[in-house]
Design a protein around this ligand. Sequence first.
Ligand SMILES: Cc1cc2nc3c(=O)[nH]c(=O)nc-3n(C[C@H](O)[C@H](O)[C@H](O)COP(=O)(O)O)c2cc1C
Length: 330
Amino acid sequence: MANFHEFDIGGIRIGGPVVLGPMAGVTSLAYRDFMKPFGVALSYSEMISDYGLVYGNKETLSYCMTSKTDRPVGLQLFGNDVEITKKAISILEKDYDYDILDINLGCPVYKVTKTGAGSAWLRNPAGLYEYMRAVVGVSHKPVTAKIRLGWDESSLNFETVCEVLERAGVKAISIHSRTSKQGYSGSARHELLAGLGGRLSVPLVISGDINDPLKAGRWMELTGAKAVMVARGGVGNPWLVSAINSQITRGSAIKRFSLERQVDFASSFAESLIAEKGERVAIMRLRGLLPHFFAGYPGSKRLSIEVSQTMASVEDLHKTMEGIRVRGHL
Ligand SMILES: Cc1cc2nc3c(=O)[nH]c(=O)nc-3n(C[C@H](O)[C@H](O)[C@H](O)COP(=O)(O)O)c2cc1C
């Protein structure tokens, strides 16, 4: 059994082993607030463009919203130009409440990497040092970074990058155990991080395929990570957060949530998302997110098609949820 010990990130106390990973298009404030009570010790916003912040893009600004429940929380920036990033940090510090500043050094999307941001930084450790040094220098909040194993198979340079980040003064490092070239496919390779946590001077958080409590515990032990990052495995599946907590802190399993509870969770998350984003945007997002709440139950495929192809309004949403409640199945 992995032992959990509370840890801190630049003075911010992290009281549990589950960190909610940043996911663009998913981890908005409504999602983070919804997931928090299941045992999230720290959550991260979706990635925020430093240019978007500096130019006052409305959508970008909405990603920076936090709440009193949603703490401690890290806001994640991505950028390639240190002057723009510095301006973005001063806007964050002036206008928003948050605990940690995270820098995205792992995004594999071409639109981001072609500018030199996200995982493109992994190919330029010398430039990365200068950039992160400047970020740490201006930020009044502790700075963390999220990286990958490397750019591709021929450059698995995460140890070098960790050393650069430590020297630059970051206070924790999350590693998604895939390369940038892998994107989100194939398996995460936490075995490559064996013992790394013990060699770092700052807490290590591991990310990638965290969807099983027992495995999460084993990987923490293997890597010496202080926490695991729940990402895709937690979408529509808040049980995962509670189950990992229970497994790692008490060594005991908890039962999966019933369909009835999943319907309640889906409804309450949907209402918060609608309040946050407005009906049109929320319903579009919910078309992709709601089916995850019912994955694995008999009839989930049919429900998924119905939701993803025909749900167009709050009325449709209510009808679908009510239908499941009345029938007692999907
Ligand atoms: C839809 C989606 C959006 C993501 N957005 C971000 C992001 O904004 N910032 C980031 O650092 N990682 C992002 N990630 C990566 C996740 O945080 C996580 O590292 C990755 O999905 C691996 O974990 P998993 O296999 O458990 O999903 C995203 C992943 C997905 C699937």
